[in-house]
Write a protein that binds this ligand. Sequence first.
Ligand SMILES: CC(C)(COP(=O)(O)OP(=O)(O)OC[C@H]1O[C@@H](n2cnc3c(N)ncnc32)[C@H](O)[C@@H]1OP(=O)(O)O)[C@@H](O)C(=O)NCCC(=O)NCCS
Length: 178
Amino acid sequence: MSTVTIRPANLEDAAGLAHLAEYTFRDTFATNNNLTDMELHCAENFGVDVQRQELLDDNSVTLLAETADQLVAFAQVWLCSPKACVTAQHSSELHRLYVTQEWQGRGVAHELMSRSLSIAAKAGADAIWLGVWEENPRAIAFYRKYGFQAVGEHVFQFGNDPQRDLVMMTAIDESWIA
Ligand SMILES: CC(C)(COP(=O)(O)OP(=O)(O)OC[C@H]1O[C@@H](n2cnc3c(N)ncnc32)[C@H](O)[C@@H]1OP(=O)(O)O)[C@@H](O)C(=O)NCCC(=O)NCCS
């Protein structure tokens, strides 16, 4: 991990984040999905203006992992994100966590997860949740390593395809604060 550094994103990262977010999303899900749905989803969710709005949102924190010459992963935490099936006083959401294939299995995701849990704990959250496609076994296995358990489900509207996401949550406390 010594060649990767992690830092909070700022507004100047909007273009880089948009590219990374779309690239990793397509790379992860293109094989098992319909191209039309992918185009619809990407047109709506990725682009410099979309990611700039995300970076301007006070409720959202984006972390970037980068090497000397490129962005390789990111995580986005929504500091306050209530959800009916998540029993908590204050729940945060791990909204996105994506690592380029080259850097998977090498500790970058662990570092981003640790920092995300720390950010949520600092914001006063006692739980953090996420939605994950039921057909994404690697991500589900990864989340279980941090104590996430399925507590419900919701529909993730992917283009014209209503997909089933598991809602997973884990309790956190101040011991996560770095
Ligand atoms: C999900 C993600 C962040 C996890 O990061 P990672 O660096 O790959 O995670 P790790 O390698 O530490 O852990 C993944 C675990 O899944 C296991 N795994 C790998 N492929 C698997 C598969 N097909 N089925 C089940 N488990 C699998 C690994 O063995 C590992 O468990 P282990 O540490 O007990 O051996 C990363 O794979 C990623 O960015 N994937 C693409 C984007 C994505 O799916 N994001 C999540 C959207 S909700």
